[in-house]
Design a protein. Structure first.
Length: 224
């Protein structure tokens, strides 16, 4: 589906799941758009959608729609392109109930120990499906179904910087203190997100992220 939020902007939604396969196909469409459309100023990929911004008076809407429609069909039909990103971003995470107010409850509700939850969360390699909500916040998928839980019915007024949260089959890190409704199961040393420019550039769509479990002593040392 293609809509035009503005005279030189197009929003393309691919009929694919909002997962790692979906974002790979969206990025294939992004590369096409940057090569084939005139005066593309910005593109924003997220989940199974792509927003494209052009320059004023540079687009013929009918021509753009025809090009994007054909390209979208190819992206859905074909094999998604290989990622252009480098190695995974590795982040140390402390899975200590004192730092993670929802960890013990989640473990108990799943019949797991806290250590098992930490192992399941940290042994996976996650894909950046989108960025947003807050500068430097990345939506990472797909979380192991054995520890997936919906977000809290009522968001917290304050979540500490570096908190690792989960919501359904996604996980992410709060880069700065503020409100939030994800269930908190660990914490990354907040110093890793202190520089605003760096935390925004750390994650890009289809990049990969790994968590490396650390103990409380190591966490405290990395916070100093």
């Amino acid at each position: 589906m293609i809509t035009f939020p503005g005279p030189v902007s197009a929003l393309v939604t691919l009929p694919v799941p909002a997962d790692r396969d979906g974002i790979a196909r969206v990025l294939g469409l992004e590369r096409f758009a940057r090569d084939a459309l005139p005066d593309v100023r910005a593109t924003i990929p997220a989940f199974n959608r792509l927003l494209i911004e052009g320059a004023p008076h540079s687009w013929d809407p009918e021509e753009v729609e025809a090009l994007l429609t054909a390209a979208a069909k190819e992206c859905v039909r074909g094999t998604p392109p290989e990622p252009e990103t480098g190695g995974p971003v590795s982040l140390p995470a402390c899975y200590d109930p004192d730092l993670a107010p929802d960890l013990a409850d989640l473990a108990a509700s799943r019949g797991l120990s806290v250590a098992e939850v930490a192992r399941l969360h940290s042994r996976a390699q996650y894909v950046v499906l989108a960025t947003g909500f807050a500068p430097g916040f990345a939506y990472l998928g797909d979380l192991d179904a054995r520890i997936a839980m919906p977000r809290l019915p009522t968001p917290r007024r304050r979540v500490e910087a570096g908190s690792v949260g989960i919501a359904d089959r996604r996980t992410g890190i709060y880069p700065a203190a503020g409100p939030g409704g994800w269930r908190l199961i660990g914490r990354v040393p907040p110093a890793l997100f202190a520089d605003a420019t760096e935390r925004i550039s750390r994650f890009r769509a289809e990049g990969t992220v790994e968590f490396r479990a650390i103990d409380r002593k190591t966490y405290q040392a990395e916070c100093e």
